[in-house]
Design a protein around this ligand. Sequence first.
Ligand SMILES: Cc1cc2nc3c(=O)[nH]c(=O)nc-3n(C[C@H](O)[C@H](O)[C@H](O)COP(=O)(O)OP(=O)(O)OC[C@H]3O[C@@H](n4cnc5c(N)ncnc54)[C@H](O)[C@@H]3O)c2cc1C
Length: 327
Amino acid sequence: MTKIAIIGAGLSGLSAARFLKDRAEITLFEKARSVSGRISTRRAEPYFFDHGAQYFTARTKAFNDFIQPLINQGLIERWNARYVKFDNGKIIERKNWINDEPRYVGVPGMNKIAKHLAKELNVHINTRIISLKRGDLWQLTDESGQVYSDFDWVISTTPSPQAAELLPKRFIYYEDIKDVKMHACFSLMLGFSESLPLEFEAAHVIHSDLSWIAVNSHKPGRADPFTLMVHSSEKYSEAHIDDDRETVMQHLMNETSNVIGHDVSIANYKTVHGWRYANNVKRKNCHIFLDPDLKLAACGDWCLGGRVEGAFTSAYNLVNAMKDSVL
Ligand SMILES: Cc1cc2nc3c(=O)[nH]c(=O)nc-3n(C[C@H](O)[C@H](O)[C@H](O)COP(=O)(O)OP(=O)(O)OC[C@H]3O[C@@H](n4cnc5c(N)ncnc54)[C@H](O)[C@@H]3O)c2cc1C
């Protein structure tokens, strides 16, 4: 049977593995201590925070078909939040998502989706791949020097800057991938002993160092006390990604208090996480990075514009191209 190594166990890696597992022997390599990548959930008992993807939409038939079994099992539910848009501390738009396009979340946390998809897959966690070599077949080496051999194919599903570090320059799409920039983001997590009286559960923020504020504990299936999840703007994050975290956290807390009109420094749990590669520029067309001569491929949300559905679609399109031409 064809042996395929997939680097990265976020949504794109796990989706590709699920689609290929009946045709090939799949091994996934994930540098983190668990699967999920950016559809992640941080646990800080009694609080839980989805500190990566907040929710997702499903606009293609393929993605709707993919998530339907998870909806049936209660692992994905609609999040019917009261949505607002803030500009300079004022609400300029209101919607109730119960009457709008469905916004979905993993239940009881976003990472539940990845954990479910990883079942019955062969995933090496805590395994950062640092080099790829091809003789007759592919050989992968991790940062501890452990070698994994005899793969016919390698698929990278890491963010584009990490793919550019790992993929050989003779990969036919190397130059294209090297040019795909990704942007940073900070996630501020706040846990409270009592709820704040807000007029919303989901908010976009414009003309601010913030971009998003959510009542994370309002999402379906969350039993934890009141939590807020705040994201910084792309401009602020790019300028401050290497700054001292305490300074960043204080600034984002002050901004949050100003926007929502409540002092969030009373939170009894506070932390900030910096994502160096959170999102990328929106693209309309999904490019397929498949090199049949080298038996090397790459996919990920950055192929289509940095969203959950984009991560899935990039893997779906790549796998279909592989099935049509090389498997
Ligand atoms: C703060 C934030 C907010 C977001 N909000 C939303 C939202 O509301 N809605 C939405 O649709 N999307 C959102 N997104 C984007 C969404 O999370 C991503 O589009 C999607 O999860 C990407 O999946 P992926 O599999 O392509 O990449 P990832 O999830 O990044 O998976 C890649 C995996 O590769 C692993 N890896 C990297 N290098 C190596 C290596 N050398 N060896 C082994 N493993 C490696 C990483 O650890 C990671 O697990 C958000 C992202 C962030 C960070």
